[in-house]
Design a binder for this molecule. Structure first.
Ligand code: TNX
Length: 512
């Protein structure tokens, strides 16, 4: 009804819009299909947003869009208010069961001079669609066409869906702690580029970062250390729930990781009964790996793990629980295998699918378990032979803590230097011999925090590379091209500046 009411009113005075080209807009990730029609939709004070009102999450998506338009250009656009005399053009966010909308994240964006219509099956798809719309709203208005400000959006059609279902970022909050506000800012940025998973590395040798009510010393003791001897920190359960719901508004899934049986010094310092390496325990603030382990032969250890996985799973609506499993160099191999098998059952008991770093494939993992490839190709292949899917995080290509080059202020280079072009120019589907798209759940870019402790440092390593990973995860290979991407990336500068992101201004990019 609202659509019709609006169309009947038509645009009162026929405005001469300049020619536009939707296909050359700076959208990242690049949509699947774009058909420009060379006109313009005038976003202005006579525009209103309407959404399907009885479909879960749609009004919230409309509100989110309105908030972001306000932040970007300081224009207030009403959402689902009754059509008043002054409304001339509408943005309609519509739930549709159209067959082309295969994945929950698919959307269509139809822009004409009178209306913008986003069709999607779910609010998740609508949310991805409004990111595209945000990206093509110009920063500056055209003030000559009418006597008020008008922001011209190019007309045309976009059909879009993700290449991979899982497009993640990982943040190590254990080596250095990052507080709730920092993580929220990261979530805001990830959402804009359609990344849909944030994996939180919540424990390591240097710190334990999540409150567990049944084992309070984890945070009372284990939460108070970090790399370099700082004060550490941790999320209370309320903090964690706050992050989970902030992410949910952005249709981002939080994947919690408790790294074990290695990387557990902080847990064992808190509760020495867990320790399996037979050595005296003290808080660790260095950056070595591979020296700690849980005792994989003790029932108490599994009772502890059961409590931890239960408490975290109860606060985590997403389908995954990550058990780490990397670099357990002082766990006997047979103990490691037993440990992973037992912990997998606990994860499943609490209704989650297990994810682990690639080493877990040495165990008899279930086909629903997911291996995260970071370095060892034969582990990735054994995971696939067991029917598992893989998340690709090859250190040489997607480790955000790798330095750009020898001049980089932060980061490591044990795997590689990863300049912005090398980060972008590879094909996940063909990266590992014998592993093709059907085996790959998606890609994830981990940011380990041994060398960074502030948001500014985080941003320097993550941006701009994470933007390229969003395109590698979403956009099909035919639609990816470095020269084309490089231009679109340079044009992200106004957004990054507005968001106060201290990105690394790579000299390979012409920043606008
Ligand atoms: C290897 S990647 C690790 C981390 C370090 C990282 C530093 C992985 C599963 N383990 O413990 O932080 O290298 O780049």
């Amino acid at each position: 009804i609202t659509l019709v009411a609006c169309q009947e009113k038509k645009v009162k005075h026929s405005i001469q819009f300049p020619n536009t080209d939707l296909a050359s807009e700076n959208m990242i990730p690049k949509p699947f299909k774009i058909i420009p029609t060379n006109g313009a939709f005038g976003l202005d004070k006579h525009t209103a947003i309407f959404t399907s009102q009885n479909s879960i999450g749609f009004p919230e998506v409309g509100k989110f869009l309105s908030d972001k338009i306000k932040e970007k250009i300081n224009l207030s656009v009403p959402v689902n208010e009754s059509v008043s005399e002054t409304v001339e053009r509408i943005i309609y966010i519509n739930q549709s069961d159209n067959l082309d909308l295969a994945s929950n994240e698919s959307y269509q964006l139809y822009i004409t001079k009178d209306s913008v219509i986003i069709n999607s099956k779910t609010a998740e798809g609508a949310f991805r669609g409004i990111q595209t719309l945000r990206q093509i709203i110009p920063e500056t208005s055209n003030d000559t066409l009418t006597n008020h400000k008008m922001w011209l959006i190019p007309t045309g059609k976009i059909w879009d869906h993700p290449n991979y279902a899982y497009r993640g970022a990982m943040l190590d909050v254990a080596r250095h702690f990052f507080g709730v506000e920092d993580v929220k800012k990261y979530l805001d940025l990830l959402a804009y580029y359609k990344i849909n998973v944030l994996h939180l590395h919540l424990s390591d040798d240097q710190g334990w970062r999540i409150e567990i009510k049944s084992w309070p010393k984890l945070t009372e003791v284990g939460g108070k250390s970090e790399v370099g001897g700082g004060e550490g920190g941790f999320y209370t359960q309320d903090d964690y729930k706050d992050l989970v719901s902030y992410a949910a508004v952005r249709h981002i899934t939080i994947v919690p990781e408790i790294d074990m049986p290695g990387h557990t010094n902080a847990a064992s310092v808190s509760y020495p009964i867990l320790n399996g390496n037979g050595k005296a325990l003290k808080p660790y603030s260095g950056t070595h790996v591979g020296f700690s382990t849980f005792d994989a032969r003790k029932d108490t250890v599994y009772a502890f793990i059961d409590d931890v996985i239960r408490e975290i799973s109860e606060m985590t609506p997403g389908p995954y629980f990550h058990i780490g499993g990397d670099e357990s160099h002082v766990t006997k191999k047979r103990d490691y295998i037993l440990f992973v098998d037992k912990v997998e059952k606990i994860v499943q008991k609490y209704g989650k699918k297990m994810i682990g770093w690639d080493e877990i494939a040495q165990s008899d993992i279930d086909s629903t378990t997911i291996g995260q490839h970071w370095s060892n190709e034969s582990n990735a292949l054994s995971a696939i032979k067991k029917g598992s899917k893989i998340i690709l995080s090859p250190a040489k290509k997607v480790y955000l803590d790798m330095q750009y080059d020898t001049l980089s202020k932060f980061g490591l280079h044990w795997a590689a230097y990863i300049p912005v072009d090398s980060a972008y120019q590879w094909n996940p589907d063909k990266y590992l011999k014998g592993i093709g798209s059907k085996d790959i759940l998606g890609i994830e870019a981990p940011l380990w925090s041994e060398t960074i402790s502030t948001m500014e440092e985080l941003e320097y390593l993550a941006f701009p590379r994470i933007i390229g990973y969003s395109e590698l995860g979403w956009t099909t290979e035919e639609n990816r091209d470095w020269e084309n991407y490089r231009v679109r990336l340079g044009n992200q500068a106004p957004f990054l500046d507005q968001m106060n992101v201290k990105y690394y201004p790579s000299p390979k990019i012409d920043w606008k």
